[in-house]
Design a protein around this ligand. Structure first.
Ligand SMILES: Nc1ncnc2c1ncn2[C@@H]1O[C@H](COP(=O)(O)OP(=O)(O)OP(=O)(O)O)[C@@H](O)[C@H]1O
Ligand SMILES: [Mg+2]
Length: 248
C-alpha cells in the first residue's frame, strides 16, 4: 500500500524503542486484559509506556483501565494521548465517544492509519498494541504499517482456540516476524495441549495463567487488578519474556 500517511506513521513511531502487539487468532482469550496489564506492569517498573487499543469494533482497554473521561485529546501537531496510571493511552473511544458505529473493512484500515498517523507518542520504551481477534484486515494492517512490531500470542487451553491461533502463528512465521512468546490463559486443568503444541512447533512457551474466579470485580480498577492472582501469574510470564530479551 502506497500512502503518504505510512511515512508519517514511521516518523510518529520513530522514538519508540519497542512495539509489542498482543494478538491471537481467537476472540475472548484475554488479549485486552493482558495488554493493559502488561502496560501497568511496565509503567510501575518506571518505563515510559503507551497502550494502543486497535480493536476498532470492540474496544475494551478503557473498560479494563476504568477510563470514563472520553474528552477529545489535546491537539498539538497531531494529538497527545491521555495519560492514565502513567500510561499514554489511545483508542477509538475518544472519537466515537464509545457509541457504536457501523464500519466496513476499508473504514477500519483508514481508522487504523489515522490513529497511527495522528498520535504523538513521543519517546517511549514500550508501545503495547491490543489487537482485535482473528486474522483479518487489522492484523495485516499492523504487519504492513508497523515494521518493527514484535508479537505476543495468547491462547486458551482449548483445541478450538489453538486451531485459530495456529493459523495466526503460521502467518507470522511465514512473514518471519518476531514471535516473543505464546501465553496460555484461563487454564483450568492440567492438560498440556498448548505446551505440547509449542514444543512440537518450536515456539517459545512463556507460561500459563490460571482462570481467576475473583477477577471480574477488579476489571476497571487497576489498583485492585495489580493485586490479583492473575497479575501475580502474569508477572512470571513477563519475567520469562524479558529474560529472553537478552538471548533474542
Ligand atoms: N485468567 C483469567 N481469569 C479470569 N478471567 C479472565 C482471565 N483472562 C481474561 N479474563 C476475562 O475474560 C474476558 C475476556 O478477556 P479480554 O477482553 O481480555 O479478551 P480478548 O481476547 O481481548 O477479547 P476480544 O477478542 O473480544 O478482544 C474478560 O472479561 C476478562 O476479564
Ligand atoms: Mg480485546
Amino acid at each position: 500500500m502506497m500512502d503518504v500517511r505510512t511515512s508519517v506513521i514511521n516518523k510518529r513511531l520513530k522514538k519508540i524503542k519497542r512495539i509489542i502487539s498482543v494478538a491471537s487468532g481467537k476472540g475472548g482469550v484475554g488479549k485486552s486484559l493482558i495488554s493493559a496489564s502488561f502496560a501497568l506492569i511496565l509503567s510501575k517498573k518506571g518505563y515510559k509506556v503507551g497502550l494502543l487499543d486497535l480493536d476498532i469494533y470492540g474496544p475494551s482497554s478503557h473498560i479494563i483501565l476504568g477510563i470514563n473521561d472520553f474528552s477529545f485529546p489535546k491537539e498539538e501537531k497531531g494529538i497527545l494521548p491521555h495519560e492514565v496510571y502513567g500510561i499514554k493511552f489511545m483508542s477509538i473511544v475518544y472519537f466515537s465517544q464509545d457509541k457504536p458505529a457501523p464500519l466496513r473493512g476499508t473504514d477500519i484500515t483508514n481508522i487504523i492509519i489515522e490513529l497511527l498517523s495522528i498520535t504523538q507518542w513521543g519517546e517511549l520504551d514500550y508501545l503495547i498494541i491490543d489487537m482485535p481477534p482473528g486474522i483479518g484486515d487489522e492484523i495485516l494492517d499492523v504487519i504492513h504499517l508497523i515494521k518493527k512490531s514484535e508479537f505476543i500470542v495468547v491462547t486458551t487451553p482449548s483445541k478450538v482456540s489453538l486451531g485459530a491461533v495456529d493459523k495466526l502463528l503460521n502467518i507470522l512465521n511465514e512473514l518471519k516476524l518476531p514471535i516473543r512468546g505464546i501465553i496460555e490463559n484461563m487454564k483450568i486443568d492440567d492438560l498440556s495441549l498448548i505446551q505440547d503444541y509449542t514444543k512440537e512447533k518450536d515456539f517459545n512457551f512463556v507460561g500459563s495463567i490460571l482462570f481467576d474466579r475473583n477477577l471480574e470485580n477488579k476489571i476497571g480498577f487497576p489498583d485492585e487488578l495489580m493485586k490479583s492472582n492473575f497479575m501475580k501469574e502474569l508477572k512470571n510470564v513477563y519475567k520469562k519474556i524479558m529474560r529472553k530479551e537478552f538471548t533474542w
